[in-house]
Design a protein around this ligand. Structure first.
Ligand SMILES: Nc1ncnc2c1ncn2[C@@H]1O[C@H](COP(=O)(O)OP(=O)(O)OP(=O)(O)O)[C@@H](O)[C@H]1O
Ligand SMILES: [Mg+2]
Length: 309
């Protein structure tokens, strides 16, 4: 038996979130925020925490600055995420500063230690860390070169795989990466990302694109509309449960966690979408990506209420 259910690898950030500015400053001016929180961030952290909250044995693989290790270890241990796959860099943790105004949000990002990720993924010990899990989730725009080297090794080690590259137009519009979409078990774009891939904003066009390019199954995240999938020739469309969404940051990452959790149970993809949509929807009911991730009893209860009544 493998020691981990899931290894999640990708960019890791320290998020600094400022809220309550009276207005955007003019160049050279200072404005004072009413609120500030710092939290771990990045799709890899969000999905790892979502899976651990659901009871999965999860290891996070990525790079942070040594000065932040105690903070990360403490916060990740609150979710039960294993930190044995994290490596330290002198460069400093990647940072995102998020500035929220009344109806808009602006981000400033410093990649920091994340710049070492491609090189990290050439280290045999790191590949072995990934291969020790039943499923490997890439929360990053994995280059074609690395994918071609790593995916066959993981498959040979009995791992299944998924990838969420986030909003990375260069990756999504590069035809070479279609092979990666085909080689993973689950390619997980949202609507905007699927549009970049297939050049058309309709779900039908993306479904046709995926079928035409030989993807074994299609999954499409659709925000407040829920999600759809095509597997074994069957189309399933699933709405999210009704929630009061206050902040959808990380909803897609929480969705990934729910989907992978169901995948590991061998649940058919159409049903797996229910778990995924509940996780995404609940995530959006509190500020930030980590505050409202569900545990299994919550998920089960809401699932029975939403989809079985
Ligand atoms: N406003 C909402 N109300 C209810 N559920 C939502 C809402 N927004 C997102 N969700 C749920 O979360 C899932 C993923 O959301 P979305 O399609 O926005 O992913 P995403 O754009 O990748 O998100 P992220 O901002 O994390 O990258 C949806 O399929 C849906 O189930
Ligand atoms: Mg996303």
């Amino acid at each position: 038996m493998k020691p981990w259910d899931v290894a999640v690898v990708g960019e890791i950030f320290a998020d600094h979130v400022f809220t309550g500015f009276p207005r955007w400053p003019r160049p050279g001016e200072e404005v004072v925020a009413e609120g500030y929180v710092r939290e771990l961030g990045g799709g890899s952290v969000n999905t790892a925490c979502g899976l651990a909250r659901l009871g999965r044995r999860v290891r996070l693989v990525g790079l942070i600055g040594d000065a932040d290790f105690d903070w990360f270890e403490h916060r990740l241990s609150e979710f039960g995420v294993g930190v044995g796959g994290i490596r330290l860099e002198a460069d400093g943790t990647g940072i995102t500063v998020s500035v929220s105004m009344r109806d808009d949000r602006t981000f400033f990002t410093y990649p920091g230690a994340n710049r070492g990720l491609p090189e990290l993924l050439t280290v045999p010990a790191v590949i072995a860390d990934l291969a020790a899990a039943r499923h490997v989730h890439f929360a990053m725009p994995l280059s074609r070169e690395l994918a071609a080297a790593i995916l066959p090794v993981l498959r040979a080690a009995g791992c299944t795989t998924s990838i969420d590259v986030g909003h990375t137009p260069s990756w999504l519009q590069d035809f070479d990466n279609v092979a990666t979409c085909r080689e993973v078990d689950l390619f997980l774009p949202n609507a905007a990302e699927a549009t970049l891939v297939c050049g058309d904003a309709s779900a039908e066009a993306y479904i046709a694109w995926a079928a035409g390019h030989g993807l074994a199954r299609t999954v499409l995240k659709r925000g407040a509309q829920g999600a759809l999938c095509v597997a074994d020739g069957t189309l399933n469309s699933v709405p999210p449960p009704p929630v009061d969404a206050v902040d959808t940051t990380g909803a897609g990452d929480a969705f990934n966690a729910g989907l992978i959790d169901a995948w590991l149970d061998g649940e058919p993809l159409g049903l797996a979408l229910e778990r995924a949509c509940i996780c995404g929807a609940l995530c959006s009911t509190a500020p930030g990506a980590l505050a409202a991730l569900p545990h299994s009893p919550q998920l089960r209860t809401l699932r029975e209420r939403t989809y079985r009544s």
